[in-house]
Every structure is written in structure tokens, then in C-alpha cells.
Design a protein around this ligand. Structure first.
Ligand code: ADP
Length: 267
């Protein structure tokens, strides 16, 4: 009896190990697939602007006399714009690496959210030129502890997306309010919105909802950086859709600073 039990146990263990091997193999295959998808995506994002830069630079070198002055300026602008895009992409990759390795060290201080929104809007003025921007942030909101550089980048990325995905002439709205011990900030647009199944996945690196989103000037890293930065500052960010009409809504929730309330309580 003992022998047969031992045999059965040995068989069971063997079977468990087989299953574990299959699982391990499946996980390794999935990791490989993700890694190669990531590399394909990165190569694509690097190759597209590089091809444009090379095309423009070669035209300028090979046909110096055949190109009219106006066209020359346009080709040089392509070189500059696409170089900026590469620069942004590499900066984003570095930010992502810092977030993922836990090396993100926010430099936090107390700020009124309206001030930070104002700075982000000034920085984004060029990309927002084709949209109407509406801001509803009451001045009496409590201060929040944040790193202004990181927070402005988060707002910039959200505004950049709203401008990219919502049609020209539509409104982009930023609203803020106090909610218990938090300050909530919302950026909403009048674009196509985000399919419910993708609301979480849009925060993954390189995830894009529509195939066509690839060809736009984005890096596919904007929202994952937003989440990494907001969480590093102790807040949360989530994506949703408007209920009153089509459009995406991004909601940031930051803890309101208790030390400020204490300061304001002083006589
Ligand atoms: P990208 O550089 O492609 O914009 P992001 O990480 O910023 O990368 O966004 C990921 C994807 O989420 C986008 O490719 C797009 O499909 C979707 N998305 C982001 N913001 C919006 C928005 N405001 N409206 C509709 N879709 C959006």
C-alpha cells in the first residue's frame, strides 16, 4: 500500500511539475511576445521621424537650386519638428524607465492647483490654438502638495491628447473642486471618447485604442507617464467618458494638504 501511495504521490508531483512547466513556458512566451511588440513599437516610433528627417535633409542636399525658398523653409521645419518629436520620445522613454525603476523622486511643495493649471495652459497654448479652452477652478480650493514640473507635464500630456483626439473648434474643459480631503481635477474633451474595455489599458505603455492613433505625433507613453507621475505624488488618475455627450474625461485626485488647513486656521 505504502509503495502504491508513494507511486501515486510521485505521479501527482510529476503532473504538477508538468503543468507548472507548461505555465512557465506560456508565461515566457507571453513575455517574449510583449518584449518583441514593445521593440516593434519603439522601432516604428523612432523610424518614422528619422525617415522624415532623412528625406528632407537629402532633398536639401541633392537639389539645392531646384527648391524654392518657401519649400526650403518647409523642409527645414520638418527636420526641426521631427527632431523635436524624437527628443520628446527619448525624454518619455527615460521618464518611463525612472518610474519603473522606482527612481522617480518628486520634489514636492505646496501649490494652488489653479496656478499650476495656468502654467500648463500657457505652455500648451500652441497646441490648443484650434480648440476652445474653458477653465472652472474656484480660487478657494485648498493647496496641494505636488511637484510643479511633474504636475505640469501630466496636465500638458492630457491637454495634448484632448487637442489631438477631439475635433478642431470643440471645447476642452478643465474643472477642479474639493472632495472631502482631496482636490479633484478633470480634463474633458468633445472627441470620440475611449471604448469602455480600453479605459484601463490606455495607461499601459505603447497602448493605443485605434490603429490610426499610431500615425499621430504621439509616443504612446503620455498616459503611462501621467499615471506614474501622479502616483509618485500620492494621487490617482483614471480615464472615463462623458455622460452628457461624446468625449473623454480624465480625473486626477490629489490629497489636499492638511498642513495648509492648519496654517489657515491660525488667527
Ligand atoms: P499617444 O501618444 O498615442 O497619445 P497616450 O499614452 O497619451 O499615447 O494615449 C494612449 C491612447 O489612449 C491613445 O493612443 C488614444 O488611443 C487614447 N486616448 C488618449 N487620450 C484620449 C482622448 N482624449 N480621447 C480619445 N482617446 C484618447
Amino acid at each position: 500500500l505504502f509503495d502504491s501511495l508513494a507511486d501515486q504521490a510521485a505521479l501527482a508531483i510529476e503532473r504538477i511539475e508538468l503543468v507548472a512547466d507548461v505555465d512557465r513556458a506560456r508565461l515566457a512566451a507571453e513575455a517574449d511576445r510583449l518584449r518583441s511588440a514593445l521593440l516593434t513599437s519603439i522601432s516604428h516610433d523612432l523610424r518614422t521621424p528619422l525617415a522624415a528627417i532623412m528625406g528632407a535633409a537629402e532633398a536639401l542636399r541633392d537639389y539645392p537650386d531646384a527648391i524654392a525658398a518657401g519649400d526650403r523653409i518647409e523642409l527645414l521645419s520638418t527636420v526641426i519638428d521631427e527632431s523635436e518629436r524624437l527628443h520628446r520620445f527619448i525624454a518619455n522613454l527615460l521618464d518611463m524607465t525612472r518610474i519603473e525603476s522606482g527612481a522617480m523622486q518628486p520634489n514636492a511643495s505646496l501649490h494652488y492647483v489653479g496656478d499650476v493649471v495656468g502654467t500648463a495652459l500657457r505652455r500648451a497654448a500652441k497646441i490648443l490654438a484650434e480648440h476652445r479652452v474653458e477653465v472652472g477652478i474656484p480660487p478657494e480650493l485648498p493647496m496641494i502638495r505636488l511637484d510643479p514640473v511633474l504636475f505640469e507635464q501630466v496636465l500638458f500630456n492630457l491637454l495634448d491628447n484632448a487637442a489631438k483626439y477631439a475635433p478642431q473648434g470643440t471645447a476642452i474643459r478643465i474643472e477642479g473642486w474639493a472632495d472631502g480631503g482631496s482636490v479633484v481635477l478633470q480634463v474633458m474633451d468633445e472627441g470620440p471618447g475611449i471604448p469602455p474595455a480600453d479605459l484601463e489599458r490606455v495607461f499601459d505603455s505603447f497602448y493605443r485604442v485605434r490603429k490610426a492613433d499610431h500615425v499621430r505625433a504621439g509616443t504612446g507613453l503620455g498616459l503611462s507617464i501621467c499615471r506614474g507621475f501622479v502616483e509618485a505624488m500620492g494621487g490617482t488618475i483614471r480615464a472615463g467618458n462623458r455622460t452628457d455627450r461624446s468625449g473623454a474625461v480624465f480625473t486626477i485626485k490629489m490629497p489636499a494638504s492638511a498642513d495648509v488647513a492648519m496654517l489657515e486656521d491660525l488667527p
